[in-house]
Write a protein that binds this ligand. Structure first.
Ligand code: ZN
Ligand code: ZN
Length: 123
């Protein structure tokens, strides 16, 4: 088991087999619980939506400058219910979640709630 864990940590898994259709799913390659999170980027100046990309562990805007106002400050915004309009702007971030309450051995099959999850890839 220890060797397996070591191997898991050494290999950076992109969780490519996790379906986009699920909110939460276990990655068949590494066994981590993955949450599918969609983000768009929004101009801080005029508030318009711009296309988001995921780079260096962060959600950033695809363009350097806002096409509407010329501003260059954007902030990521999580989209809880992705729709066909937002999906054109959105980027999917496969976030590894861990359960902090390890004593609940009986509930391993349950989906964690927002209170019991911790983001590993935040910031
Ligand atoms: Zn994985
Ligand atoms: Zn703008």
């Amino acid at each position: 088991m220890d060797i397996l864990n070591l191997l898991r940590q050494k290999r950076e898994c992109k969780h490519t087999k996790v379906s986009q259709q699920e909110d939460f799913a276990y990655c068949p390659d590494c066994g981590e619980l993955i949450e599918n999170r969609w983000y768009i980027a929004r101009c801080k100046c005029c508030g318009i939506k711009v296309k988001a990309i995921y780079k260096g562990g962060k959600v950033i805007s695809q363009e350097k400058f806002c096409h509407n106002c010329g501003g260059q400050n954007f902030e990521p915004e999580q989209v809880s219910n992705i729709n066909c309009i937002d999906i054109n702007y959105a980027v999917l971030v496969k976030t590894v979640v861990t359960q902090e309450t390890e004593e609940t051995t009986q509930s391993w099959f349950e989906m964690p709630t927002g209170n019991t999850t911790k983001l590993l890839t935040q910031t």
